[in-house]
Design a protein around this ligand. Structure first.
Ligand SMILES: Cc1cc2nc3c(=O)[nH]c(=O)nc-3n(C[C@H](O)[C@H](O)[C@H](O)COP(=O)(O)OP(=O)(O)OC[C@H]3O[C@@H](n4cnc5c(N)ncnc54)[C@H](O)[C@@H]3O)c2cc1C
Length: 358
């Protein structure tokens, strides 16, 4: 069986690994210059080791059986989110105040971050069959059995099986799919891509100085620019780090990125103390600038967590030749890492049980 997987985010990679290990000839096509999609690490330029997460951070293996399975299968360990001490609550009264805030039951971090999942999955694939920096522009029915994939380079690839592992809104707004009826494309347009409009700030420090003052590193703020922040230090506190979600809307943060960074440093200094003013590094990852993840539909609407979508999203399209595979189509935890893993497994199982050959 030959399969082309379009999109090398978590769901596409899982589908590719499952299909390859079931004996399929798998090719992966990724529009971005790296694999991982919404999963991305801030890396040490000298050692390439992951210092912090620029995309997702948390998993809940106690409640997420698919995550639990893959962490075990990939030999990855977890550790607790640091939450000892007081949080700083700002903008909810005349003055900022300190108080402990409960953590979430079962919420943990992965040693090496979620990008360790990506790295380990990639080791199970043939690098010669992965093509990055190559956007797919169309999927066209070719005869009664095949699909012709059009690439931005003008090349085409003919295949019998396609795992379409890209955000549904990106597919609906940028891919030429003449076979897709309007009910389907309307549904795809209505399915928001979780966290696609968010920006995440990460500040690295030499030591977790806030803990010395009895602070957990957690901030809940109505005034921002970070609406929430958390201790993001590595398992052995190296590097010490804080991450936060930026509350400014996309147009505002893109208008003045330097002003945003200064405002973040001012906020961190007010909340955590003067040592916060001088991070080793401050990075803002703005997901709303990545055209392979976000669309104008996401930016125009409120940030929405996707609901579990109708069965039609999980059914094979084009007489069994195409399967949507992104996290948002999953029947479990759509939008989350758990959903991406489940969607990848489900798509691969669909092709394998169908016994397609080619
Ligand atoms: C800031 C942030 C925080 C998050 N926090 C959490 C968290 O704590 N816990 C959690 O469980 N989840 C979290 N998530 C969600 C989680 O990251 C996603 O559920 C998961 O990574 C989705 O993986 P995916 O493979 O389904 O989709 P994506 O990661 O979106 O992968 C899609 C891939 O398709 C590629 N692509 C797009 N168009 C084309 C094209 N035309 N041709 C070829 N390739 C294309 C993209 O470049 C991308 O690589 C967070 C996400 C973000 C952004």
């Amino acid at each position: 069986m030959d399969v082309v997987v379009i999109g090398a985010g978590l769901s596409g990679l899982v589908a590719a690994v499952c299909l390859r290990e079931a004996g399929a000839d798998v090719q992966l096509i990724e529009a971005g210059t790296r694999i991982g999609g919404r999963i991305q690490a801030l890396r040490d330029p000298k050692t390439d080791s992951a210092l912090a997460d620029l995309g997702p951070t948390w998993v809940w293996p106690k409640y997420q059986p698919v995550v639990d399975h893959w962490l075990g299968a990939l030999g990855l360990e977890t550790f607790d989110q640091f939450n000892d001490g007081d949080a700083v609550i700002a903008g909810y009264g005349p003055a900022a105040r300190r108080q402990p805030l409960p953590g979430q039951d079962g919420m943990v971090r992965i040693v090496g971050g979620p990008s360790a999942i990506i790295d380990r999955l990639a080791r199970r694939l043939d690098p010669a069959r992965l093509r990055v920096a190559t956007a797919v522009t169309g999927l066209v029915e070719d005869g009664s059995k095949a699909v012709r994939i059009h690439l931005q380079t003008g090349e085409t690839i003919d295949t019998q099986n396609v795992v379409l592992a890209i955000p549904l809104r990106v597919a609906a707004t940028s891919l030429h799919m003449p076979w897709a009826h309007s009910d389907l494309t309307d549904l795809m347009r209505r399915t928001p891509t979780w966290m696609s409009t968010h920006a995440k700030a990460v500040a690295l420090y030499d030591r977790p100085f806030w803990r010395e003052a009895g602070l957990s590193g957690r901030i809940a703020s109505r005034t921002g620019p970070l609406v929430e922040a958390h201790d993001h230090s590595g398992r052995d506190d190296d590097p010490a780090a804080i991450f936060g979600f930026v509350g400014w809307p996309p147009h505002l943060r893109q208008q003045d990125p330097e002003g945003l960074k200064q405002a973040i440093l001012t906020q961190l200094t007010e909340c955590l103390g003067p040592a916060a003013r001088q991070p080793r590094q401050l990075v803002v990852q703005d997901w709303a600038t990545n055209p392979h993840i976000v669309t104008d539909l996401d930016i125009a609407g409120p940030a929405q967590h996707p609901d579990i979508g109708p069965e039609s999203l999980r059914q094979a399209q084009l007489d069994g030749r195409v399967r949507f595979t992104v996290s948002e189509v999953s029947q479990v935890s759509p939008g989350l890492i758990e959903g991406a893993l489940a969607a990848g497994e489900t798509a691969a199982a669909g092709f394998i049980s169908n016994g397609s050959s080619g």
